[in-house]
Design a protein around this ligand. Structure first.
Ligand SMILES: Nc1ncnc2c1ncn2[C@@H]1O[C@H](COP(=O)(O)OP(=O)(O)O)[C@@H](O)[C@H]1O
Ligand SMILES: [Mg+2]
Length: 150
């Protein structure tokens, strides 16, 4: 799935649209350069799930856990400062009972999940628009559609 996202508000909307299809056990990998909109998207996911607290770049902590109205916890990881898969493993994330969103995952999640949703954000144009491609791997994501209204 590909979306052209014109501004931060629309990125937030996309996050809310993604949230509609999420459930416990889901893993999202967000790729894109600094300032691409990974945290903005995660904030939309947080709003969509009814997450407690503010979703922000986990600058001083590697992972932030938010309770949600939807049920499963939202675990927001910023793997930017991680240097190995072992460090991610050391966070002891409860993947099965959470919705886990990882910024800068690189290949650190290899082997820890059977299915995941990869979101690649590209900033190609000079303007504020972003091309977002979303690709699900594994049976879980077969036939799952994300619909961005308007
Ligand atoms: N189309 C867009 N989508 C997302 N963010 C945008 C867009 N245009 C401008 N921005 C701005 O870019 C910045 C993205 O920051 P952030 O979401 O923290 O990125 P990242 O987490 O990828 O480093 C924000 O300041 C946001 O307002
Ligand atoms: Mg960020």
């Amino acid at each position: 799935m590909e979306f052209r996202i014109q501004n931060p508000e629309q990125m937030h909307e996309l996050g809310m649209a993604i949230a509609k299809v999420l459930r416990a056990g889901d893993l999202l990998l967000l790729n894109g350069p600094l300032g691409a909109g990974k945290t903005t998207l995660t904030r939309g996911i947080g709003e969509g799930l009814g997450a407690s607290g503010t979703v922000q770049s986990p600058t001083f902590v590697l992972a932030r856990t938010h309770r949600t109205a939807a049920g499963p916890k939202l675990v927001h990881v910023d793997a930017y400062r991680l240097t190995s898969a072992v460090e991610l493993d050391d966070l002891d994330i409860d993947f099965a009972n959470s919705i886990v969103v990882v910024e800068w995952a690189r290949d650190y999640v290899d082997g820890i999940a059977e299915h995941w949703l990869q979101v690649d954000i590209n900033r190609e144009a000079e303007d504020e628009s972003r091309m977002v491609s979303i690709f699900g791997t594994g049976k879980r994501w077969q036939g799952v559609e994300i619909a961005l209204s308007n």
